[in-house]
Ligand binder design. Structure first.
Ligand code: PMP
Length: 396
C-alpha cells in the first residue's frame, strides 16, 4: 500500500490488481463500443469481449453454460435480483423464504421489503461460532418454501457456512438455494457444482477487480429457473439487467477471477499464515482479548478480535496509521455493537469493542508486525487512561 497507512480492510474492498487494470484498458479505449449494437464491427468486438468474460467466469465457477452469468453492478444488485426476482417468479409455489440472521444488509433488506409485500420470512439463528443452525433450518423448511438464502462466508468474522449441506436440505423440500458469495470468491475455491446452489452473487472489487461490477450466476437447467426482472429497460442480459453492459468491468472481473485461480492455494496459505501471526501476536500480548468466529471454518484472511474495557471508536481514532474496521464497512456509520456478534451470543460490551482485520494479496509481513505492535500498544494505553476511555468508563 502506498503512503504510510497499513491497509487491513480487504473485506470492505481490495485494490485493483495492476494485471486487472491492464486487461481492462483495451475495452475502454479500443473495444469501447456498445456491445448491444451488433450492426457494426466495433459493437461486435465489444460483444465478443463481454461474452469471453462471461464464459471465463462461468468456467471458473464450475458452471456449464456462459449464459448462467448475468452481469450486475455488484453483489448488492445481484442479491436483490436473486431474492426479489426469484420470490416474484416463484410466488405460485409459495411465499415463504428462509435465510439466517448474520446475512449482509443486501440480503436482509430485500427480505424485509418482501415481508412488507406479504412474503413470510424465517431468519434462522447461528451458533456461538456464527454457523447457521442446520437443524433449525431443516425444521423451518415447508412445502411452500420457495427459496433459501445463505451466505458462503461472513464479512465480519469470516465464518464459512455449511452451504452444501443446507442446499441438500432445501432441495429435498423443493426450494431453490441462493448463496451470497461476495466474501468467498477470491478467498476460497468456489465451485457451484460442489455447493449445489441455484443462484450465486458476487462483486469484483472484493477480489482485486474493479468496483461497480458483479454478477448473479443462475444455474442452467430445464425447465429454466424463473427469475423476474427488477430493472426494466432495453432488455440486456437476457432481460434480467437492462442497461448498457459494463464491458471493462466484466473483462476486469474475469481477469481477477483468473488471477485468483492462478494464485490459488499458495496465496491462501501465505495470507492465512500472516493472519495467524497478527492474531497470535495481539492475543498473546493483550490481556482480556478474545477471538470471534469459527477457527476451523473461516476465511484465510480475516480475524475478528474483541478487547474488554476498550472504547472501540477511541481505539480507531488512536490508530490513524492503520485502515481497520469495527465490523461491516457498510454499517460502520452506525456505532452500535455488531449485530453479527450479538447473534452469536457475544456480550454487548465485547460485540461493541470488536476489531475486524482483513488481509489480502498485497499485505506484507512487515505490515502485519507493525499493525500488531500498534494495536497492542494502543489497547494497553487506552486501558491505562484514568477516565473517559479507560477502565470503568461508560461504554455503549
Ligand atoms: N454481501 C456481502 C457478504 C458483503 O460483504 C458485501 C460487501 N460489503 C456485499 C454483499 C455487497 O457488495 P457490494 O457493496 O459490492 O454490492
Amino acid at each position: 500500500m502506498s503512503n504510510d497507512v497499513i491497509y487491513l480492510d480487504c473485506n470492505a474492498t481490495t485494490p485493483c490488481d495492476p494485471r486487472v487494470v491492464e486487461a481492462m484498458l483495451p475495452s475502454m479505449t479500443e473495444s469501447f463500443a456498445n456491445p448491444t449494437t451488433r450492426n457494426h464491427r466495433p459493437g461486435r468486438d465489444a460483444a465478443t469481449a463481454l461474452e469471453r468474460a462471461r464464459a471465463t467466469i462461468d468456467r471458473l465457477l464450475g458452471g456449464r453454460a456462459a449464459s448462467e452469468v448475468v452481469f450486475t453492478a455488484g453483489a448488492t444488485e445481484a442479491n436483490n435480483l436473486a431474492l426479489i426476482g426469484a420470490a416474484e417468479a416463484l410466488a405460485d409455489r409459495g411465499r415463504h423464504i428462509i435465510s439466517q440472521v448474520t446475512e449482509h444488509a443486501s440480503v436482509l433488506e430485500p427480505l424485509a421489503a418482501l415481508k412488507q409485500r406479504g412474503w413470510e420470512i424465517t431468519l434462522v439463528g447461528v451458533d456461538g461460532k456464527g454457523r447457521v443452525k442446520l437443524e433449525d433450518l431443516e425444521a423451518a423448511l415447508r412445502d411452500d418454501t420457495a427459496l433459501v438464502s445463505l451466505m458462503l462466508a461472513n464479512n465480519e468474522t469470516g465464518t464459512i457456512q455449511p452451504v452444501t449441506r443446507a442446499s441438500e436440505l432445501a432441495h429435498a423440500r423443493g426450494a431453490l438455494v441462493h448463496c451470497d458469495a461476495a466474501q468467498a470468491i477470491g478467498k476460497l475455491p468456489v465451485d457451484v457444482a460442489a455447493l449445489d446452489v441455484d443462484l450465486l452473487s458476487f462483486s469484483a472489487h472484493k477480489f482485486y477487480g474493479p468496483k461497480g461490477v458483479g454478477a448473479l450466476w443462475i444455474r442452467h437447467r430445464r425447465p429454466p429457473i424463473r427469475i423476474a426482472s427488477v430493472i426494466f429497460g432495453g432488455g440486456q442480459e437476457s432481460g434480467l439487467r437492462s442497461g448498457t453492459p459494463n464491458v471493462p468491468g466484466a473483462v476486469g472481473m474475469a481477469r481477477a477471477m483468473e488471477l485468483a485461480a492462478d494464485e490459488g492455494e499458495g496465496e491462501r496459505a501465505r495470507v492465512a499464515a500472516m493472519r495467524d501471526r497478527l492474531e497470535g501476536s495481539i492475543l498473546g500480548a493483550v490481556e482480556e482479548s478474545s477471538r470471534n468466529g469459527d477457527v476451523d471454518n473461516r476465511l484465510p484472511n480475516t480475524t475478528n478480535l474483541s478487547f474488554t474495557e476498550v472504547e472501540i471508536n477511541a481505539l480507531l481514532v488512536s490508530l490513524p496509521d492503520l485502515a481497520v474496521n469495527t465490523g461491516s464497512a457498510c454499517t460502520s456509520a452506525h456505532p452500535e455493537p455488531s449485530q453479527v456478534l450479538r447473534a452469536m451470543g457475544v456480550p454487548a460490551e465485547l460485540a461493541g469493542s470488536s476489531l475486524r482485520l482483513s488481509l489480502g494479496r498485497f499485505t506484507t509481513e512487515a505490515e502485519v508486525d507493525r499493525a500488531a505492535a500498534r494495536i497492542t500498544e494502543e489497547v494497553i494505553r487506552l486501558r491505562d487512561m484514568p477516565t473517559r476511555m479507560g477502565r470503568g468508563s461508560h461504554r455503549y
